[in-house]
Structure formats: structure tokens, C-alpha cells
Design a protein around this ligand. Sequence first.
Ligand code: FDA
Length: 309
Amino acid sequence: SVVEPLRSLILAAADSDVARRMATTAPGIRQIVARFVPGETVDDALRAVKALAADGRCATLDYLGEYTRDPTLVERTVRTYLRLLDELSTRGLSDQAEVSVKLSALTVDGDRELAARNLGLICEAAEQCGTTVTVDMEDHTTTDATLGVVERARRTWPWVGAVVQSYLHRTESDVASLAHKGSRVRLCKGAYAEPADVAYTDTHEVDLSYVRCANLLLEGGAYPMFATHDPRLVRLLRQRTRWYGMRRGSYEYQMLYGVRPDEQRRLAAEGETVRVYVPFGEQWYGYLMRRLAERPANLALFLRALAIR
Ligand code: FDA
């Protein structure tokens, strides 16, 4: 099929400076960005939280940025999270929203100590605010380091959320050690271009792995956060959660801002906990490219927007 090469091409463009410059200066792109990213400022993010809360959806807020090379950008990222958490608390929104962070946005040159220190600052603020932090998972070269930093943070803040990707061969064994009581674990398929020696390349294999991991989380009594828009998986998860006798509030569904919003509302209306991942900020390029790679149909929109000059 043409889908796989296309997906690789889009993910390659995600790393290309030329493609980035073209996209960020094309006027038609704004509209497409707006579908997936509600805005650039903390206020934009808070407005999105309120709009989601109006029909019973929660949020996890992500200040966009990754693989940072500039220490001042890292400081700005940490400051933005601290301000965001302050605002959530003063506006009484801490029951509605938590935050998601990428360790590569909290450090430079892969300095793990700096990442852990900055994550600690954000966790302290989240605790004061009465909410939680989930550490996003990035490409497979960072998995060990990220899980290590999460494990250390959990010694002080046991509610720190981990993320696992069902496309990686290693994930079932990672899940086995994360699947214990009180452990918040987001299970997703995975969004990066990964080599065949570490990841399943067949989408069916990725789905089967997702189901095996979901079972482990449910059996182990963890707090699973099922991050998927896949209708087949959502149907299956709803059966499994019932079969395991899971009470509402002991697991949740997560979807991305702008993706299947009707399904998000439907699940929330049925009493499920639904949390929407809300990215905000100026550095939307890498995030947008991963969303386009997931659904090459979105690419046509993107190319048309690039052509409008
Ligand atoms: P799949 O890609 O098979 O899509 C199933 C269906 O959903 C599609 O047929 C389509 O209808 C719809 N859909 C999916 N993506 C769409 C899109 N972009 N636009 C329009 N429709 C779309 N990844 C990662 O590597 N690290 C992380 O930390 C996270 N964090 C995360 C948090 C949350 C809350 C979510 C929902 C997802 C992530 N992801 C992630 C991304 C995840 O790994 C994965 O890439 C996407 O969720 C797409 O996979 P699905 O499970 O939705 O299935």
C-alpha cells in the first residue's frame, strides 16, 4: 500500500528544517493547525479546558516543544507550565485538567539530571494545584531514560503518569512492571517512525499488542488511561472494563484535541471519564506532522494550504 511510504515521508518532513520553514510561513496552514492546536497562549489553553468541561470532558495540557537545544527555551517551557498550573488552581480548574510534559523539552543535550530536576519543579507545582502530571513517551531511543526518570519522580509523587506505546516489542514487559495499584499508565499505539527491529510494522500486530497491554493493566489494578481513537479498540475496551468490573473513575479514555470530537462527547455523555490532550504554544510543527502521518487523508488539506501563498 502507499500509506506506509507516505507515513515515513511525512515523519521525515517532521525532522526537516526546510519543510518546517515552508510550513510555518504558509498563510493557509493556520486553519489546519487550529483544528489540532487551540492556540499559542496559556489563556488559549484555559479557554479550551473550559469549553471541554462544558460537556463533561477533562483535559491534559501540553505546552508544545521537543528536542530543545536552547537552555532559554527550556526555562520558558518550565515557567509556562508553572504559570499554567497556577492559573488552573486560581480559576478552580484543577479537577478538570492535568498536564503532559515531554522530557526532551525540559532539558538540553539529553541531560537526564536537568530533565529530572525540571520535572520535579512541575510536579511540585501540580501537587500544590491538586492535579497530576503525565510524562509523554518519545522515540524508542529515549524509552529507558524516560521510564527511569518517571520511576524516580514517583518515589516523591506516586501519581506521576507513565506512557507506553504498543508498537514497541518491549512494551508488554514494561507494562508488566507498571501494572500495579495506583500506577497511572497511558496506553497508546505510538506515533514515531520506528525501525522494524524494535517495533511492529503490521498495524494488526500493534493492535494485538495494545489489547495484551490493556489486559495486563486491568488485571494488575493500575489506573489505565486508554489513549486511542480506534473505534474497534474502544468497543473492545468498553467490554473489558465491564468484564473486569472496573468502576467508573478507575480508568479513563483519552483522545487528541480535534480528533473524533463527537465520539469524545458520546463517551462522556455515557458517564465515561474522557480526557482530551490539548497541545498549545508556538512550536506546533512536529506535533502537526505526526497527526498528518496518522491519517494521510489529512495530508491533502495540508498540501493545499501550503500552495496558497
Ligand atoms: P489509529 O491511528 O489506528 O486511528 C484509528 C482511527 O482514529 C482512524 O481510522 C481515524 O478515524 C481516527 N484518527 C486517528 N488519528 C487521527 C488524526 N490524526 N486525524 C484524524 N483522525 C484520526 N504517542 C506517542 O508516541 N507518545 C505519547 O506520549 C502519546 N500521547 C498520546 C496521548 C493521547 C491522549 C492520545 C490520544 C494519543 C497519544 N499518542 C502518543 C499518539 C498515539 O500513539 C497515536 O499515534 C494516535 O493516537 C493514533 O492512534 P490511534 O490509537 O488513534 O489509532
